[in-house]
Design a protein around this ligand. Structure first.
Ligand code: HEC
Ligand code: HEC
Length: 410
């Protein structure tokens, strides 16, 4: 089991970067992603992603899938598909457990397995706002199909003929988006108790929000509707309607299919969309499926020089203030096993992420310290090298002056 893992190629870093990093210093990765966006100027979300026909499922295809999986996925999802890869300890949310097979991004009713097309789409687009990268930039269609077939082998449910994987939830016809329809959406948002979790503000701060956990018993936050870029299953009206009707298996977000008429789901979606910031149209386009183009941050408020010595960060405590634009330049004193060292902050991974910093070739990342609290920063190169860097971490403290003290997160 471990020998296979040792082959994980450095490719994974590029991938993680595409999904999570600002990637300022990774020209190759940026180009890859840009090339892809250039060919599809319109923002493609889950429901609209074109899916090529699935190749015939042969033993060779599964074997190909196993290879793709071991190279690209096992570090997070585990060689056995149980979500316990070596990098999992450092990730939030936790990687999906393919044995349990509670899939969130689906077109099928609550509790059901996803369709093959659903799986192809989630693997292709990733899950924005989480460490799950969009693989369409890296893996060709055949490899994506192969790996989809392979991850299905982790759960006996996929082979069970009694599992209905073909019935998809109908979304119905969209009602006109009139002020009255939006107003009805608002009323439904209260009536259906969405506010208990998502809050009156739509920011995910309802009275029940603090106590929610997922099937991993990990704390889970209701979606903050003011951040279109954080919608895991796609930010388009159609995708929001689908999420409301199908729900996210393994989370407190149940599906409302059968509980409300489809027109009500559309009205709720219209209302959900009103929470986006006024700058939304542009921001949405930028934040779509990759994180490469973000708000320009301007000059940093603090500049930090970070180094590494004998697998330890120097300094190992970084303190900043909430709201500050932080620039961290990381230069290690050795190149590890030849691929250098990385830097990422748990819970900030998608903003602050570098990989492959080498002696004489520092890497810089700039991001806004938007969340107060105490976070772990770690060597992102962990993913590749098994037990190499488990102790290479430090504490990133973001003080919130307005609150008069350091808030704690999670
Ligand atoms: C850097 C870590 C990482 C890597 C590498 C990674 N994943 Fe994930 N993946 C995650 C995380 C984390 C989640 C769960 C996110 C959540 O629950 O919000 C996830 C979720 C998923 C899901 C679940 C979608 C759903 O409907 O719930 C699928 C399918 C998936 N990954 C497939 C893959 C495949 C295939 C690969 C390799 C080609 C891969 N992942 C590589 C971290 C990773
Ligand atoms: C019991 C708490 C709870 C209730 C009630 C609830 N939600 Fe959610 N909702 C969640 C959680 C938790 C998530 C995030 C799941 C995740 O991140 O994997 C979520 C996610 C979502 C998403 C995001 C989908 C995406 O792509 O990321 C939408 C949209 C949504 N909820 C709408 C609603 C609407 C509309 C209602 C009422 C009809 C509702 N929710 C009721 C807890 C709840």
């Amino acid at each position: 089991m471990k020998t296979r893992f040792a082959h994980v190629s450095p490719l994974i870093f590029g991938l993680v970067l595409t999904g999570c990093g600002r990637a300022e210093n990774t020209a190759d990765t940026v180009q890859l992603a840009k090339a892809d966006t250039a060919s599809s100027p319109a923002r493609i979300t889950f429901s609209d992603l074109p899916v090529p026909p699935k190749p015939a499922v042969t033993p060779e295809l599964i074997e190909r899938g196993r290879h793709v999986y071991d190279q690209n996925c096992a570090a997070c999802h585990g060689v056995e598909g149980d979500g316990k890869g070596d990098a999992a300890a450092f990730l939030l949310p936790k990687p999906r457990d393919f044995v349990k097979a509670n899939y969130r991004l689906r077109s099928t009713p609550t509790g059901r397995l996803p369709t093959d097309v659903d799986l192809f789409r989630s693997v292709s687009l990733g899950m924005p706002g989480t460490p799950m990268p969009p693989w369409k930039h890296i893996l060709d269609e055949n490899d994506r199909w192969a790996v989809v077939e392979y991850i299905k082998t982790f759960s006996p449910r996929f082979a069970n003929p009694e599992e209905d994987r073909t019935a998809v939830v109908a979304l119905g016809a969209p009602p006109a988006r009139t002020p009255a329809a939006v107003e009805e959406g608002r009323a439904l948002f209260t009536k259906m108790a969405c506010i208990n979790c998502h809050g009156e503000s739509g920011r995910g701060d309802g009275p029940s929000a603090a106590s929610l956990v997922d099937d991993n018993n990990t704390r889970i936050r209701p979606r903050d509707f003011s951040k279109p870029g954080a919608f895991k299953s796609g930010y388009s009206t159609k995708d929001i309607v689908r999420s409301i009707l199908t729900g996210f298996n393994g989370t407190p977000m149940i599906g409302y299919h059968g509980a409300i008429p489809e027109t009500d789901a559309w009205k709720l979606a219209y209302y959900v969309e009103t929470f986006a910031q006024p700058a939304a149209p542009q921001a949405i386009a930028r934040q779509s499926q990759n994180f490469l183009d973000r708000e320009p941050l301007g000059d940093p408020d603090v500049r930090i020089q970070l180094s590494e010595r004998a697998w330890k960060f120097v300094p190992d405590v970084i303190r900043v203030k909430k709201g500050q634009v932080v620039e961290i330049t990381f230069e290690p004193t050795d190149n590890g096993l030849g691929v250098g060292h990385g830097f990422a902050i748990s819970s900030y991974d998608e903003d602050a992420f570098v990989n492959g910093a080498m002696v004489g070739a520092p890497k810089t990342v700039k991001f806004r310290a938007s969340r107060a609290g105490k976070f772990t920063f770690y060597c992102a190169t962990q993913c590749s090298t098994e037990k190499l860097h488990p102790l290479m971490n430090g504490t990133f403290i973001v003080e919130d002056d307005s609150a008069g003290q350091t808030a704690s997160y999670e």
